[in-house]
Write a protein that binds this ligand. Structure first.
Ligand code: NAD
Ligand code: IPM
Ligand code: MN
Length: 345
């Protein structure tokens, strides 16, 4: 049956990398006989321009009835002081589709090891997944900005915490069976609850080892001994910060994909980075984060393991040949990188 994929190109480098991702998808689909159709929808700043809202009703409706959603990036300095921001669209679609589990894999292609700012011995064996809670916490609390004070509330229910912890333990079962739960339980009430529930959930997974780590020292370990991690699970805000930090290991945000899942219903796939306004419109963005997000979609939403692997191997091969975009110190542009990956499929 033909799968319906809703595409949200968004802003900045978004349209440039979305085009790259879709070219690769088409090339792979022909090889594996995958039938799909895409439906492009306005989103983010492009949504505000088109209809005054970063998540237009027609976009949300299409996303809800899709088999999967591909999102490139949103955000632009032009909305920095605007009453409605593109980012609001991103938070809304996550909430509306109940995409509570954001999976951000951190793997370093062999070809990128020598480009990492870290010493080779520090990144040896690095292969972990950040499981970020995505529909709760401080992102969705009350935000009040007054003249001389401001307030943000961080709320989590037990159910919200339990379901993301279970997700992490389930993922760990298919990997090296180790979960690192990251919190700030020495200060935050939400973290105290988080830690207690992590211990409770762990009892249902006797085959998986649980360790706790405070977020500040976890940030340090991510650089000094990142190979220690297998599955890292944490709340929304910590996961946002730590996952960007993890991009330092391969050397660039430009190779970092993600998947966001609900209990049932369509999943959403997007790079972890933003719209990169500093390089937008120049045709030089690294499309690999988007292309690897397409691979995650093929695997997680459509069970197309061969297609996903084909993409990942082609990316590896391309990097091995020294084809590198400017964020990796090379001179290939977005189109050259994309064509090279397609040639290596
Ligand atoms: P960013 O991730 O857009 O960029 C950070 C740095 O990484 C920049 O120097 C950028 O050039 C570089 N970079 C990012 N992706 C790259 C790629 N594919 N190839 C090469 N270089 C790349 O973060 P920012 O500058 O802090 O934020 C810019 C805008 O993006 C803001 O409006 C922010 O809210 C938004 N944002 C959106 C998303 C999303 O759509 N999911 C995620 C993060 C930030
Ligand atoms: C991300 C982004 C978003 C977040 C922003 C743009 C709201 O940084 O997807 O990581 O903080 O979740
Ligand atoms: Mn982020």
């Amino acid at each position: 049956m033909t799968k319906k994929i809703v595409t949200l190109a968004g802003d900045g480098i978004g349209p440039e990398i979305m085009a790259a991702g879709l070219e690769v998808l088409e090339a792979v689909a022909q090889k594996i006989d995958f039938a799909y159709e895409t439906q492009a929808k306005a989103f983010g700043g492009a949504g505000i321009d088109a209809s005054g809202h970063p998540l237009p009703a027609a976009t949300l409706e299409a996303a809800k009835s899709a088999d999967a959603i591909l999102l490139a990036a949103i955000g632009s300095p032009q909305y920095d002081k605007a009453p409605v921001r593109p980012e609001q669209g991103l938070l809304s679609i996550r909430k509306e589709l109940n995409l509570f589990a954001n999976i951000r894999p951190v793997k370093i292609f062999d070809a990128l090891k020598h480009l990492s700012p870290l010493k080779p011995e520090r990144i040896d064996g690095v292969d972990f997944v950040v499981v970020r809670e995505l529909t709760g916490g401080i992102y969705f609390g009350e935000h009040t900005l007054n003249e001389d004070s401001a307030h943000d509330s961080n709320d989590y229910s037990s159910d919200e915490i339990r379901r993301i912890l279970r997700k992490a333990f389930d993922i760990a079962r298919g990997r090296s069976k180790k979960v690192t739960s990251i919190d700030k339980q020495n200060v935050l009430a939400t973290s105290k609850l988080w830690r207690k529930l992590a211990d409770e959930v762990a009892r249902d997974y006797p085959d998986v080892t649980l360790e706790h780590q405070l977020v500040d020292s976890a940030a340090m370990i991510m650089i000094t001994n990142p190979a220690r991690f297998d599955v890292v699970v944490t709340e929304n805000l910590f996961g946002d910060i730590l996952s960007d930090e993890s991009s330092v290991l391969p050397g660039t945000l430009g190779v970092m994909p993600s998947a966001s899942h609900s209990e049932s219903g369509p999943s959403l796939y997007e790079p972890i980075h933003g719209s990169a306004p500093d390089i937008a419109g120049q045709g030089i963005a690294n499309p690999i984060s988007m292309i690897l997000s397409v691979a995650m979609m093929l695997r997680d939403s459509f069970g197309q393991m061969a297609g996903a692997e084909m993409i990942e191997k082609a990316v590896d091969k391309t990097l091995m040949k020294g084809i590198l975009t400017h964020d990796l110190g090379g001179s290939a542009d977005t189109k050259q990188m994309t064509r090279s990956i397609i040639a290596n499929l």
